[in-house]
Design a protein around this ligand. Structure first.
Ligand code: PLP
Length: 427
């Protein structure tokens, strides 16, 4: 299988090239050139089939030209020492918990698989690379944890000083080893600008073999399809009328689900749930896509005003609004409703949900048809959003050990100014 850019169908690249490039040179996003027919394979999985085995089989089905079965096993067993969990919450809704990885958010699946793939290719080719990335808080920790200890890879993460939460800062700065964090005296926009400039700086880019681990990377998109297929296998015998509900921001998570559906997963459709940053729901309702500035909400990992993966969604549906809206319905949840949902879930089901999960859950409840089963994706652990949870319920959420442990570790970061020159001086 080869991969093409959403902006140029003719220039095809290997999976390896696609993951080390991140973004295509023409600014487009990489897409699989074929829709593989995997229905038989997907339906062969049993509820007992381990997640990592499903991952390896699907990865090998897609990437066999470049990665044989042994390599796919190695990559998946290295990447996934954590698994998704499916919780029956009642009334025909199941919550698919995707926060059992090292940084307690669903981005661990994508980041871990990408890191293992890069390590596999770099070791095979005996070369090295440096991941350079900027974070406003949450995404950086999944990358840091995923690449920690990987051979032949160094990681440099920039974050804006004083503008990430104390927990996020600890998650970013306490690893050490091959993970270097630069605390920038400036804004997140400054950090992003410095990263962009570094990639354009030939000398720096070539001497460090800079590469990116952006959320739009194909190597992060593909593994996000694995947990849909795992959940589908869990529901064997009860899945005639099943939809997934996906709390969305940049729409990578939903795109991966749509891809699995195209490959042959038999779910009836999807619900795209957002907070008031609703440009995609608006497109689904009205057929016009109007990006705008993002607004701050309680589910801030979904505060995206111009979701990049929309380009991939259009590509999948051949720009047909009709086709997209036949498979995907939408719902928009306010902050007030998010808090109410967190409170209700705790009171009614004794279930602790983070704000993003709450957006998905309320959309599931509101859109579920009779006799339908909904799998509602949970994207983060409530312990990552303590303040919102406390405001909504009056109690403190449980904190998983891997989060409470980092709080007592020592911060290791280098403070720098907000220009490329400042960054070059320390690299
Ligand atoms: C990134 C993120 C999302 C949004 O996922 P997309 O793939 O960008 O739509 C939702 N919830 C949490 C907790 C996230 O970190």
């Amino acid at each position: 299988m080869k991969f093409y850019s959403t902006r140029n169908k003719d220039r095809k690249v290997s999976f390896k090239e696609a993951i080390f490039r991140g973004l295509a040179p023409d600014g487009g996003l990489y897409m699989p050139e074929q829709v593989p027919a995997l229905k038989e394979i997907i339906d062969s999985f049993a509820p007992e089939t381990p997640f990592v085995e499903i991952s390896s089989v699907i990865a090998n089905s897609l990437l066999s030209e470049e990665l044989n079965k042994e390599a796919c096993d190695r990559i998946c067993y290295n990447a996934f020492n954590f698994v998704p969990k499916l919780v029956d919450i009642g009334d025909g809704i199941h919550i698919l918990e995707l926060f059992h990885g090292p940084s307690c958010a669903f981005k661990d699946f994508g980041a871990s698989f990408l890191a293992s793939c890069m390590e596999e290719f770099l070791l095979t080719d005996s070369r090295k690379a440096t991941i350079l990335t900027a974070t406003s808080g949450d995404t950086g920790s999944a990358v840091a944890r995923a690449f920690y200890g990987k051979k032949n890879i160094d990681v440099v993460i920039l974050y804006p000083s004083g503008r990430v939460s104390p927990l996020q800062e600890k998650q970013l700065t306490t690893l050490g080893g091959n993970i270097r964090t630069l605390e920038v005296k400036g804004s997140f926009d400054d950090c992003q600008k410095m990263v962009k400039e570094a990639f354009l700086d030939r000398e720096l880019s070539e001497s460090l073999k800079l590469t990116s681990a952006n959320s739009i990377s194909l190597g992060r998109l593909i593994p996000q399809s694995f947990y849909y297929i795992w959940a589908w296998a869990q529901m064997k015998g009860r899945r005639d009328n099943l939809r997934f509900c996906v709390p969305s921001g940049n729409f990578g998570n939903l795109t991966a689900g749509i891809m699995a559906n195209q490959w042959g997963m038999g779910n009836k459709g999807f619900i795209a749930a957002t907070n008031i940053n609703d440009v995609v729901p608006e497109y689904i309702k009205k057929g016009s896509f109007i990006p705008r500035k993002s607004k701050l909400t309680l589910s801030n990992a979904m505060d995206v005003g111009n979701p990049s993966n929309f380009e991939r969604m259009l590509e999948i549906f051949g720009n047909s609004h009709n086709k997209m809206s036949n498979l995907i319905s939408e719902d928009v949840v306010t902050d007030k409703e998010t808090k109410e949902t967190i409170r209700n879930l705790l009171a009614k089901s004794n279930y602790q949900a983070d704000p993003h999960t709450a957006v998905g859950y309320l959309s599931s409840v509101r859109n579920k048809k009779r006799d339908e089963t909904i799998i509602s994706l949970s994207t983060a652990h409530p312990g990552k959003f303590t303040e919102v949870f406390e405001e909504a319920t009056g109690i403190t959420p449980d904190l998983p050990k891997r989060l409470s442990e980092v709080l007592v570790l020592e911060k290791k970061s280098t403070v720098i100014g907000n220009s490329l020159k400042d960054m070059k001086a320390v690299l």
